[in-house]
Design a protein around this ligand. Structure first.
Ligand SMILES: Cc1ncc(COP(=O)(O)O)c(C=O)c1O
Length: 400
């Protein structure tokens, strides 16, 4: 069955073992997307969408302070082609047809799972320790998880390729593989050749999703977006929440070949990206704003290096050197029982609580995650915040 909105292509897709139409649920393939009013017309005397013709119920003075003309009483543009075009250019993809926008990457994740996985039947493969939303999303959609843990020894946090291959070869109900690169909470990049190995695995007919929420902190050429043009079975998720500093606008991104993007577009809620968010996203993707984003990323990366050094000074208090690749805007550090060199989750949890409640510095306890015994995840802050963190952590670890 053809996908609505996708013209038949004479060109065979790669890899040859992949057929998108056999991965997408039949009810989604058969879907005729809801056609909303703004799909048809965006200007004129708009009496087609039951909007409020008198404008938003916010005092004009308050709107003037915002200094923006947003037509807030109108439904937003359902296609957002300008934003998609700028993202495609930024990520070296041929055009907007390779880009889907969601309400944060969390919406993209949920949508991917819904279009591919039949509840109570299909499964997804995850590689713990990893981002917690994959499991939550699986539970919400009644999609079981097959877990193939990362190789965690020595804080390597790399894919266990032989075990992943065995799992994928032995269970055809696995429709998607979720890889997080750089990982959360591992902070570690997955090398592109490893991702390619999974993409090329003939026995796996599903989609490989690479979650790159933190990719801009990992340096040039680290992104799997460079593989999108070649692989029809790849979907790269990105977001404006991290490197762009725009978590509040909820703008998530999927990069994939046009047929999969079309499936996501057919399935999404008609007006998922609000006009204020779209306006800010477009500004954030101007050449000038991209320079600023890169400067801020460079500052955070330099602070990351500095914080790594400063935290080494807490070794006598039982803080082990950071583990993982440190490729994101956070560090994963391990708290030890003093004198023994053993990871100490109860101590880490006490330190975490004391820091939040008595010192006013909130980090994240990750000691319950596989391979992360005794671990705290610390986001890189501003210069002043990092100073406070080190000072208060030193004080807390001296007491606990
Ligand atoms: C790995 C990973 N993916 C996705 C997200 C969510 O991103 P968004 O804000 O775009 O929903 C996060 C947020 O912390 C994350 O760590």
């Amino acid at each position: 069955m053809p996908i609505h909105g996708v013209a038949p292509s004479a060109k065979p897709s790669h890899p040859p073992h992949f057929d998108l139409e056999s991965v997408i649920r039949p009810n989604i393939l058969a879907l005729h997307p809801y056609r909303c009013a703004r799909d048809d017309y965006q200007s004129g005397i708009l009496l087609d969408a039951n909007e409020n013709a008198l404008g938003p119920a916010i005092p004009q003075a308050a709107l003037d302070r915002e200094d923006i003309e947003l037509d807030l009483h109108r439904y937003p543009d359902p296609a957002q082609i300008d934003i998609k075009s700028r993202i495609a250019k930024l990520r070296n993809l041929p055009g907007w047809e390779y880009v889907f926008l969601g309400v944060g990457s969390d919406e993209v994740l949920d949508l991917l799972m819904r279009v591919c996985c039949t509840p109570a039947k299909d499964k997804v493969l995850t590689t713990p320790p990893t981002y917690g939303m994959y499991a939550v999303c699986g539970q919400v959609n009644d999609v079981a998880l097959v877990k193939v843990p990362l190789v965690v020894e020595g804080g390597a946090f790399q894919l266990d390729l032989p075990k992943m291959k065995t799992a994928l070869e032995s269970d055809p109900s696995i429709k998607m593989v979720f890889l997080c690169s750089p990982g959360n909470p591992t902070g570690t990049l997955i090398p592109l050749p490893d991702i390619r190995d999974i993409l090329e695995l003939p026995a796996f007919h599903g989609i490989v999703v690479v979650d790159e929420a933190y990719i801009d902190f990992a340096g040039e050429d680290a992104s799997a977006s460079s593989l999108v043009e070649k692989y029809a079975n790849l979907c790269v998720m990105q977001t404006l929440s991290k490197s762009f500093g725009l978590a509040a606008i909820r703008l998530g991104i999927a990069l994939a070949q046009p047929p999969l993007i079309q499936v996501l577009s057919n399935t999404k809620a008609p007006y998922n990206i609000g006009t204020p968010s779209a306006h800010l996203a477009l500004s954030a993707l101007s050449d000038e704003a991209l320079d600023l984003m890169r400067q801020k990323v460079a500052t955070l990366v330099a602070s990351r290096t500095q914080l790594l050094e400063e935290l080494k000074e807490l070794a006598p208090l039982g803080l082990a050197p950071a583990i993982g690749g440190n490729h994101a805007n956070f560090l994963l550090v391990r708290v030890l029982t003093r004198g023994t060199g053993k990871p100490d989750s109860p101590r880490a949890q006490k330190i975490y609580t004391h820091m939040a409640e008595k010192e006013g510095v909130v980090v994240r306890y990750r000691g319950n995650e596989f391979g992360c015994e005794g671990c705290l995840r610390i986001t890189i802050g501003s210069e002043g915040e990092n100073k406070s963190l080190v000072q208060r952590l030193r004080q807390t670890m001296a007491e606990i």
